[in-house]
Design a protein around this ligand. Structure first.
Ligand code: FES
Length: 151
C-alpha cells in the first residue's frame, strides 16, 4: 500500500518499498527537495528539520512510513507563493542571519514551529526551542530574527 501524506500542500503517495527509508533521503533523492540538509544523520544537529503538522521534526530519524497522514512542509513549501515569503523567511533576510547558510533551512523551520506554538517567545523560549546547531555561530542573529518575525 502506498504511504499517503501531504508534502508542501500537495497530496503524495510514496511507494511502499520506501516505508523504512529515512524521510530525509526520500525528500532529497526521490522528491529532489534539496533544501532539507544532511548533517549528522542521528537526530542531533537539526539540519534536516522539516515541519510535520506544524511541529519541527528531524527527518533523518523519521521513516517515510511515519509520515502517513501527516502534513509535511519543507523549506521549498514554506512560502505561500513565488513572491510571498513566509514572515520568518523575511525576518531572516532582513536580519541577515545566514553566514554559510547550510543549517538555515532547518533553523527557519524550527523557528516557524516555535512561533506556531508560542507567538511571542521569550529569550528562554527561543533558546530552549532552537536547538539546531550552527557552525558559524549565528545564534544571536537567529534570536533577533525570531523576535522580528514574532512582531
Ligand atoms: Fe538530522 Fe542532523 S541530519 S539531526
Amino acid at each position: 500500500m502506498p504511504i499517503e501524506f501531504t508534502l508542501n500542500r500537495d497530496p503524495i503517495a510514496a511507494p511502499d518499498d520506501k516505508a523504512e527509508m529515512p524521510l530525509l533521503w526520500f525528500l532529497r533523492e526521490d522528491m529532489r527537495l534539496k533544501g532539507t540538509k544532511f548533517g549528522c544523520g542521528i537526530g542531533q544537529c537539526g539540519a534536516c528539520t522539516v515541519l510535520s503538522n506544524g511541529s519541527a521534526v528531524r527527518s533523518c530519524v523519521m521513516r517515510v512510513a511515519d509520515a502517513k497522514g501527516l502534513s509535511i512542509v519543507t523549506i521549498e513549501g514554506l512560502a505561500s507563493g513565488e513572491r510571498q515569503l513566509h514572515p520568518v523567511q523575511q525576518a531572516w533576510i532582513e536580519t541577515d542571519v545566514a553566514q554559510c547558510g547550510y543549517c538555515q533551512s532547518g533553523q527557519i523551520l524550527s523557528a516557524v514551529a516555535l512561533l506556531n506554538r508560542s507567538p511571542n517567545p521569550t529569550d528562554a523560549d527561543i533558546d530552549a526551542a532552537m536547538t539546531n546547531l550552527c557552525r558559524c555561530g549565528s545564534y544571536v542573529r537567529i534570536r533577533k530574527a525570531v523576535k522580528a518575525a514574532a512582531l
